[in-house]
Design a protein around this ligand. Structure first.
Ligand code: AMP
Length: 213
């Protein structure tokens, strides 16, 4: 299984990628999570990425392509769900080259479709556990203890890029740089649209159907 989970920020890519990875055993590869970890550990990549991320801008292509390539090769990954990558046409082209060298092209691209206004509300209310990556929504899926992760008990944070100004910036970047990938993958006949405005379970069921699972 080689899947790209596609959609604008807050569409639910991470949530769905995790569910499907657990069901199928494919590896969930989130460039956002890898970059946040690099920032927290103050690695060379993290230092390069930090400024872009806090403003809601895209990290340069060569940095992101490098971390995905390292992950696929070092961990010898054959089945994966890419979440948050590719986000630009040059990234998608680099991914195609990388995967054709490994003889394992992308099979399907799941496009999670949702209105931008719903996203602004979702992200303003989102809280994230930096320790285990669990996500919460203050109204629809609140933590049992305020400010603490249900799964591991660590503190929850409101990501700096989930503040209104950065959200608008991220949506703007999505429209300009990421949305053109829909046409790119349409031309390859790989993309399937999924309505991402329903419940997590409904969306998961639709994705599973699309994947024939
Ligand atoms: P995410 O958690 O996927 O929303 O990613 C958080 C932030 O990490 C983004 O707003 C970007 O700054 C950066 N990022 C994640 N993935 C990529 C990517 N494929 N290309 C460029 N920047 C990325």
């Amino acid at each position: 299984m080689r899947i790209v989970m596609f959609g604008c920020p807050g569409a639910g890519k991470g949530t769905q990628a995790k569910v499907i990875a657990t069901k199928t055993g494919a590896v969930h590869i989130s460039t956002g999570d890898m970059l946040r970890e690099a920032v927290a550990k103050e690695t060379e990549t993290g230092l390069k990425a930090k400024e872009y991320m806090s403003k809601g801008e895209l990290v340069p292509d060569d940095v992101v392509v490098g971390i995905v390539k390292d992950k696929l090769i070092n961990d010898n990954i054959k089945d994966f769900i890419l979440d948050g990558f590719p986000r630009t046409i040059p990234q998608a082209k680099a991914l195609d080259i990388m995967l054709s060298e490994l003889n394992m092209p992308v099979e399907k691209v799941i496009n999670l479709n949702i209105d931008h206004q719903v996203i602004v509300d979702r992200l303003c209310q989102r809280r994230v556990c930096l320790n285990c990556g669990e996500t919460y929504h203050l109204v629809n899926h609140p933590p049992k203890v305020e400010g603490k992760c249900n799964a591991c008990g660590a503190d929850l944070i409101h990501r700096s890029d989930d503040q209104p100004e950065a959200i608008n910036n991220r949506l703007d970047q999505y429209d300009k740089k990421t949305a053109p990938l829909i046409e790119f993958y349409k031309e390859q006949g790989k993309i399937t649209d999924i309505d991402a405005s329903g419940s997590i379970d409904e969306i998961r069921d639709n994705i599973m159907k699309t994947l024939g699972l």
